[in-house]
Design a protein around this ligand. Structure first.
Ligand code: HPA
Length: 270
């Protein structure tokens, strides 16, 4: 079963001289980190044959490979969402590409709304666990079933790597929460009534991505961690104001500097 065909995979392998990334990092909306890796080489999504195109503002649509602390890092600057009209196979195709390149560790990042009242815009949250509100189409559920080969995961975020993130956060002096991430289909943000419901369900942050990537990556034997950058609060009952995508992108820029410090320390400690 192919999510991306051989031509696509071979094109990327050739462009990056068959380098095997130790770590793959998916960047969420507006997040900009590792802008200058050693020996960095870039590839636009639009230059890759049969690769989906990023349509969301704040997503560059670029793959970068380079080195940091003697590790080979691949950054996916931009992801695909179901609400852009893509099938699940397209949404998870960058993760499939990483698997085909031989990557074993996956860092998923996202921009998320803070449901927990203690979270402020600009904060980071390590995803301890998730809730999936996406409907996965029956055909693609069947394909996932084949990838699972009889396994039934209940834990998607690697405990050892999570510990390493928490220790790295202490060393890098970056504050990080730990919490539950809810993934919704979007593209609309939550109503006040939904926010109140999510709080009752002990959900800490909400977004529209990451969970499908974590599910498929586990099926492909990758070790996964997830980090949310809280870009907006959802205290509508207090502020009565709506959240705009522009606001999300602006706060994401600030959160990027914390994420950059944290992931650099993490990679050093790996
Ligand atoms: N809701 C859903 N997705 C989001 C939000 C939000 O408040 N902020 C960033 N992505």
């Amino acid at each position: 079963m192919e999510i991306l065909n051989k031509e696509t995979i071979n094109f990327v392998k050739k462009h990056f001289n068959n380098q095997i990334p130790d770590i793959g990092i998916v960047l969420g909306s507006g997040l900009k980190i590792f802008e200058n890796l050693e020996n960095q080489k870039d590839l636009k999504y639009s230059d890759i044959p049969n690769f989906p195109k990023s349509t969301v503002e704040g997503h560059d649509g670029l793959i970068s490979i380079g080195n940091y602390e003697n590790k080979n890092i691949l950054i996916l600057r931009g992801r695909f969402h179901k609400y852009e009209g893509y099938s699940w196979n397209k949404v998870v195709s960058p993760i499939y590409l990483l698997k085909e390149l031989g990557t074993k560790i996956l860092v998923l990042t996202n921009a998320a709304g803070g449901i927990n009242r203690n979270y402020e815009p600009g904060d980071l949250m390590l995803i301890e666990d998730h809730i999936n509100f996406h409907l996965i189409d029956s055909n693609e559920r069947k394909e996932l079933y084949k990838f699972l080969k009889g396994r039934r995961f209940i834990e998607y975020y690697n405990k050892e790597l999570n510990k390493l993130i928490l220790n790295s956060a202490i060393e890098a002096k970056v504050k990080i929460h730990q919490g539950i991430y809810l993934s919704l289909p979007g593209p609309n943000y939550e109503t006040r009534a939904e926010v109140l419901m999510f709080r009752k369900l002990n959900i800490d942050a909400v977004g529209m991505s990451t969970v499908p990537e974590a599910i498929w990556a586990n099926a492909w034997n990758m070790k996964v961690i997830g980090i949310s950058c809280i870009t907006n609060s959802t205290y509508y009952e207090k502020t009565m104001s709506e959240t705009s995508h522009d606001e999300v992108i602006n706060v994401a820029k600030t959160a990027s500097s914390k994420l950059d410090l944290l992931l650099k320390e993490f990679i050093k400690n790996l």
